[in-house]
Design a protein around this ligand. Sequence first.
Ligand code: NAP
Length: 322
Amino acid sequence: MTATEILAPKPMMPLIMEGLKATGHLHCLWEMPDPEAFIKENAAKIGAIATGGHIKVDGAYMSQFPNLKIVANFGVGYDTVDANWAGQHGITVTNTPDVLTEEVADTALGLLIMTMRELPQSERYLRAGHWAAKGPYPLTHNTLRGKTIGILALGRIGKAIATRCEAFGLKVVYHGRSEQTDVAYRYYPTLVGMAKDVDILMSVAPGGTSTFHTINADVLAALGSQGVLINIGRGSVVDEKALIQALHNKVIFSAGLDVFEDEPHVPTELIAMENVVLLPHVGSASHHTRNLMGQLVVDNILAYCAGKAPLTPVAETPFSGW
Ligand code: NAP
């Protein structure tokens, strides 16, 4: 049976909702008086799910829909969707790569400079009236001059960050699961080995079980007391408790974080610290880029509706027909 109906379990941006509503086949689960009863009655008709990472789309969730063919994820990271399970059950998962790469790399560089040069702290100093009352903001301990940055996960965004870092005069090295033959940056086979050698550790690693708490107490100890951690990838990659300890005990110097383990909840210990810069997961968050991402979600589902190949299937679910 070709399942023609589209399910949105949670609200998504207006561009997505309007694009999918235009098909005349969208069902918004949160608008249903009894969502469970709706799923029971209509499960076999659902062919597509649009999701934005607000719910876990795991095997148990997907198995409710016997004719499900596509899960279109808003975002390049799809750690809330069990893509391996989907691949084993003939379901295509799509994400939104490329269209956000440059925006996220820009944010990463912004966060890096904010953290190294204490720009949010100095701005707070001015706003509090301290400049006039107490004199200039103290000179910053850190600078980008003469520094080496180690990138964890040199993928699309990692490479865009590396290009920007080179333009800023930083030396770039990287660690990933394997060495890449088409890049000139030095490869480190171990993360601890790289952390020992760099001034800044920049994580762009995806979430999920394979990267869970990859940046742990050992890695932070290797980064050292002058070291700076920037995380623009996923919060689950960093052991947040170990990070708080490391910042508290001056095991590392400072951190800049766009992502957290339990978003939108940020540990009060981090909020209380002066030597961290905290952003509310804004890596791709401009109208320009979010619209491009949203359109890709719509276009992947429209491709399914038209019997065409999806635009951006993830590696775990290569497309082989609907
Ligand atoms: P990508 O091109 O797929 O790159 C991901 C990189 O991660 C690959 O180079 C891969 O390299 C590496 N990797 C995967 N598993 C790994 C592991 N277990 N250990 C070490 N490295 C691993 O993805 P992208 O477009 O650059 O996006 C990367 C991530 O950025 C996304 O998954 C998302 O979580 C995050 N992101 C954050 C924001 C934000 O707003 N902060 C926005 C967009 C994306 P190897 O295969 O060589 O290991």
